[in-house]
Structures are given as structure tokens and as C-alpha cells.
Design a protein around this ligand. Structure first.
Ligand code: ADP
Ligand code: MG
Length: 567
């Protein structure tokens, strides 16, 4: 055994183990006890990206996990850094994005005797409820194994966040094992094994589809994650089954496909007799599958890696457990063999509703362009047109009205080109996702933000400028959460109010990026394509009328209202 091997610290082993597992990028914030660790990563050829707030760094790693189908890796300091990252660890787990969050921590004996360490916290136990699995690695010789376990846990079965607790003394500890250590650095064989449903389960689903007069497929981000676009397109082409994409599944089948029922969403949900869920959950976003949004007599087929997801809100008549690709590889040929085709009456009904709704929508956009108050439709229309011409551009979106109206207006033609607020509907994910997307794909990214959403992680503009990332941040500034006209009592701004005259664009200027300020449709049209084409970090502050924007956007039904009478 070489001298080198004996002298390797836990940090050396960590870096080698990450590299062995194909991890090239790490997103984080340094400080005690992980500063030298990040330096070592750079010295050994990894790319370390330093952020301004841990949740953004962890969100970036989660976004990378979604885009690459491989765990993204984040690094934080102890207690406060760890806790800042924890929200994003929880979000990644809810979103089923594979992620490993590594935090420096204190030695066990100090924590367990409550001796009061610098940033001392029992992070290992604190993390457990918020991730798929937490591991703590107390000996340098176990670091390789810990990384392999973290990788497998993050990507196998239902993907999610893994927490890896790395005490300061493990980082510096010299490896004193023999050649076991070398064996400890490995990439797991087949980290996410394929899982196929049984023939009987496939047959059950095929029989149900054959009986369907009005089938509807709902495609979720599980299908996007699993890269099932080819099989799904084949299924739709063979059967004519119409589909609804969930927001992050837009582009799995192109939004401009004639089989998209997106513009006839209400009608298709209300009338579908067999609903096929492909990597989508019957959660709040789908009204739990309940009437009146859904047909009360609808039968459900669900494709999901996690069997505990079945029957979460509705009886699932044909559950298909497995990874989406393996399921579809069996299901699509089996359906094709039956020569099943959807009744044209169902397709005609959807087409008629689509035509009607498209016309209404187009009218709304046109009206927006000419009316004196500059609002969301007019501001987003140039972005919509840009994406029609440049489908390879990535889109990140958050904000209430910004998210909802942008989702409806901007078509996606390619899979995994849209990242947004996800399963929880969280604000403050935009900058982390945008940064990771630019880094991982090398393509231009548009971050379409509400002014309130941007506020959660806006300081990452410095990160974006420092790394010269081709990100255009569009801030639809209506001066508030939802809108900027809230006033409850005369002498104080209302709770939803923000500064409607804020020049967010100047933040880009402060750090060497480009800044644009637009106040109407024509200016936005002139500016947007130019800003993206520059390939430089930039912010477009879009000054909307503060009265534009509905409270809670499209989910006002979830917003408890009180009878607010003055005393
Ligand atoms: P959406 O928000 O788009 O409706 P959800 O995140 O609610 O999507 O649902 C995604 C579902 O996909 C989850 O239930 C998850 O278990 C499942 N899933 C994730 N990855 C895979 C995979 N590789 N194969 C099968 N199912 C998956
Ligand atoms: Mg706003």
C-alpha cells in the first residue's frame, strides 16, 4: 500500500468517492468546517459553485438532480447553514429529485453532552423527517461507503433528498485502514435498478384502456424525470389518447401536439372515464381526483415507482408499479397489439373546446397588449413568442400570477426544459434552479419571476454574475405579493405590499450584469429577445401596473378568507 493511501483524510476520500460516482459539480456555501474541503474539490478537478444562501445552493443541486437523473450535490456549514439548506432538502424530497446534501457538523460526544459547540446542533437527527434518509459518517475509512449509500438511496425507487452528516473530525481524520479503503471508494452497481410490473398488472391496465370511451393521460414530472418521452409519444401516436401535462412535464410530449388537451383541461378532466396517471400524483394540484373536477365514475390507472402512492385519494383500478420506462416498455406494445383507438367523438369534443378556449385566450392576450394598464399577458407575450422560435431555451418560473399565467401562455416543446415551484408550490426556488440549469446544460435560461418570488433569493444575482451565467431574469414587478395595492389601515403598507417602483434591474448592474427597464408591451418586445441573445447575466425589470394580479393567482380557492371588519 502506498504512503499516499495512508495519508488520505476523510476529505480526500470524499472528493474521490464523489468523482468515482460521476459527480462533477458541487453547489454550496463554505465556512467552518468545510472551507478547505471545497478548496480540495477544486484542486482535484471538481467544480465548486459558491452561493449566497444555502437554500439556493441546495435547490441548485436538486435541479441538477432532476435534469441529469443523477444526484446533485450540495455542501453547507453546520447548524445555521444546515438549517437554511433543510427547506430545500425537504422540497427536493417532496419533488422526488435526487439530491445529496452534505453538511459539516460537530463531534458526536460534544453534541450528546450538550457542551455547547460553535454552531453545534444534532443535525443528523434534525434532518431525518425532511429527507429520504440521513447518514452520519464518523470515521474517515467509511466515507467512500457513505457516498455510495447516499447515491443509491437518492436515485433508487422514488428519488429524493439524502442528508450526509460530516463531522469536522472525519474531514481531517487520517485514514488508517488498510486496502479496504480503496474498496470503500466505489460507484454502486446499477444504482436505480429497473422495476417492471407483472404481466397480470399490464393486462389489467390494457383491459381497462380497451374499455375506455374517453381516456385521458395525465403526465407528471415523474415521467419527465424518467425520460419517458419516446415511449409516451409512441403511445399517443398509436392510440390517439389525449394528454394533460403537469407543469414540469410540459414538453415531454410537445405542447403544440394535436393530442394536448391542455386548453380543454376542465372538460377533459370532468368527462374522462379512464384516467391514466403517468408519474403524477392525485394531490392538491389535481383536486385529489375528486368530483366535480373529475368524473365521479372515472377509473384510474397509475404508473408510479412507489406503490404507497396508489389509493392515496382514489381507488386505483389498475396500479402499475415500476419505473416509468420499464412500465411503458411493456404497456405500449401490449396496447398496440389490441389496435385500440380512441373514439373520434371524444377527440372532437376536446378539439372543439380547445378551439373555443384558444380563441378566448388569444383575445385576452390581445386586449392585454392594448390596454393602458400594463399587465401579465402583455408582459409575457414576447416571452411566449420567443419560446416558439427558440424551444431549446430553458424556463424557470415562480410567483403567483407570473407562474400561473406564464404556464398557460408559454408552450414547451422539449422535455425537462421547465423548472418551477413544484409539488409544494414554493417561492424562492428560482435562482437556484436557474443557476444549476445554466451550469448543467450550458444553454440560455430565462427565469420568469414575480417581484415577491425574486425577493426570496434575489442576492443570487451576484452568484449569477460571478460565474457569468447566461441567465435572463424577468421580474414582473407589480409591487407586491399577488399585487401592490393592498392597504388595510391608513398609516401602514398592507401585508402584501412591496415597493412597486423598486429598480430590481439595478441589482444586475451592481454586479456587472446588464440591466433593462420596460414599462409597456412594445418595450418588452424590443428588449426580451435582445437580452436573452446577449448570453450575459441580466435583469429585465418589467414595471407592471400595481393593480394587476389576483390574490393567490389561480389557487384562490386555497386562500382562507376572513370577514375583515374594522373594530
Ligand atoms: P406532478 O407534480 O408533475 O404531478 P408529482 O411529483 O406529483 O408530479 O408525481 C411524480 C410521481 O412520479 C411521484 O409519485 C413519484 O413516485 C413518481 N416517480 C418519480 N420518479 C419515477 C420513476 N423513475 N419511475 C416511476 N415513477 C416515478
Ligand atoms: Mg408581485
Amino acid at each position: 500500500m502506498s504512503e499516499d493511501l495512508l495519508n488520505r483524510t476523510g476529505a480526500n476520500i470524499l472528493v474521490e468517492a464523489l468523482q468515482k460516482n460521476g459527480i462533477k459539480n458541487v453547489y454550496g456555501i463554505v465556512g467552518i468546517p468545510v472551507t478547505d474541503l471545497a478548496r480540495l474539490m477544486e484542486l482535484r478537478g471538481m467544480k465548486y459553485y459558491g452561493f449566497r444562501r444555502e437554500d439556493s445552493a441546495v435547490n441548485a443541486a436538486a435541479g441538477a438532480g432532476f435534469l441529469n437523473k443523477q444526484p446533485g450535490v450540495a455542501l453547507t456549514v453546520s447548524a445555521p447553514g444546515f438549517l437554511n439548506g433543510l427547506t430545500a432538502l425537504a422540497e427536493a424530497t417532496k419533488n422526488c429529485f435526487p439530491l445529496i446534501m452534505i453538511s459539516g457538523s460537530s463531534e458526536r460526544h460534544i453534541i450528546d453532552l450538550s457542551q455547547g459547540d460553535y454552531e453545534g446542533l444534532d443535525q443528523y437527527n434534525a434532518a431525518k423527517p425532511f429527507c429520504k434518509k440521513a447518514y452520519r459518517v464518523d470515521r474517515a475509512q467509511d466515507v467512500g461507503l457513505a457516498v455510495a449509500r447516499a447515491v443509491r438511496t437518492a436515485v433508487s425507487g422514488r428519488p429524493g433528498g439524502v442528508y450526509l452528516d460530516l463531522p469536522a473530525d472525519t474531514i481531517t481524520q487520517l485514514n488508517n485502514a488498510t486496502d479496504q479503503t480503496d474498496m470503500g471508494i466505489f460507484a454502486p452497481v446499477d444504482p436505480a435498478p429497473a422495476q417492471e410490473p407483472s404481466d397480470a398488472a399490464i393486462q389489467r391496465a390494457v383491459d381497462l384502456i380497451k374499455s375506455a370511451k374517453k381516456p385521458l393521460m395525465i403526465i407528471g414530472k415523474g415521467a419527465a424525470y424518467d425520460r419517458a418521452e419516446k415511449q409516451l409519444q409512441e403511445l399517443v401516436d398509436a392510440t390517439d389518447i389525449p394528454f394533460l401535462p403537469m407543469s414540469m412535464a410540459k414538453g415531454v410530449i410537445p405542447d403544440d401536439s394535436k393530442h394536448s388537451a391542455a386548453a380543454a383541461r376542465s372538460l377533459s378532466l370532468k368527462n374522462a372515464d379512464v384516467v391514466i396517471l403517468v408519474g403524477a400524483r392525485l394531490n392538491w394540484m389535481l383536486s385529489y381526483g375528486d368530483a366535480p373536477e373529475f368524473n365521479p365514475n372515472a377509473k384510474f390507472i397509475q404508473l408510479d415507482i412507489d406503490a404507497t402512492q396508489f389509493d392515496s385519494s382514489q381507488k386505483i383500478d389498475a396500479p402499475l408499479q415500476g419505473d416509468i420506462q420499464s412500465i411503458l416498455n411493456k404497456l405500449v406494445p401490449a396496447i398496440k397489439e389490441t389496435n385500440y383507438k380512441v373514439d373520434s367523438a371524444w377527440l372532437d369534443a376536446i378539439a372543439a373546446d380547445t378551439t373555443k378556449n384558444d380563441a378566448k385566450f388569444a383575445q385576452r392576450i390581445e386586449k392585454g397588449k392594448t390596454k393602458p394598464e400594463f399587465g401579465f399577458y402583455a408582459a409575457i407575450d414576447p416571452i411566449k413568442e420567443y419560446f416558439e422560435q427558440h424551444p431549446e431555451t430553458y424556463l424557470v418560473s415562480e410567483g403567483a400570477n407570473t407562474l400561473d399565467i406564464g404556464r398557460d401562455m408559454i408552450g414547451m416543446q422539449l422535455p425537462r426544459h421547465r423548472l418551477d415551484t413544484g409539488t409544494w408550490g414554493v417561492m424562492g426556488v428560482g435562482m437556484g434552479y436557474a443557476i444549476a440549469t445554466a451550469i448543467e446544460t450550458g444553454k440560455p435560461v430565462v427565469a420568469l419571476e414575480g417581484d415577491s418570488a425574486f425577493g426570496f433569493d434575489g442576492m443570487e444575482i451576484e452568484t449569477i454574475c460571478r460565474y457569468h451565467l447566461p441567465i435572463t431574469i424577468v421580474i414582473l414587478n407589480n409591487g407586491g405579493i399577488y399585487n401592490g395595492i393592498d392597504k388595510v389601515v391608513p398609516d401602514q403598507p398592507g401585508p402584501t405590499q412591496l415597493d412597486p417602483t423598486a429598480h430590481y434591474d439595478l441589482l444586475a448592474k451592481a454586479f456587472g450584469g446588464d440591466n433593462y427597464f420596460v414599462t409597456n408591451y412594445e418595450e418588452m418586445k424590443e428588449t426580451f429577445a435582445k437580452a436573452v441573445a446577449s448570453g450575459k447575466p441580466n435583469i429585465i425589470n418589467v414595471q407592471l401596473d400595481p393593480a394587476m394580479g389576483k390574490e393567490s393567482g389561480h389557487i384562490g380557492n386555497l386562500n382562507p378568507k376572513l370577514n375583515l371588519e374594522p373594530l
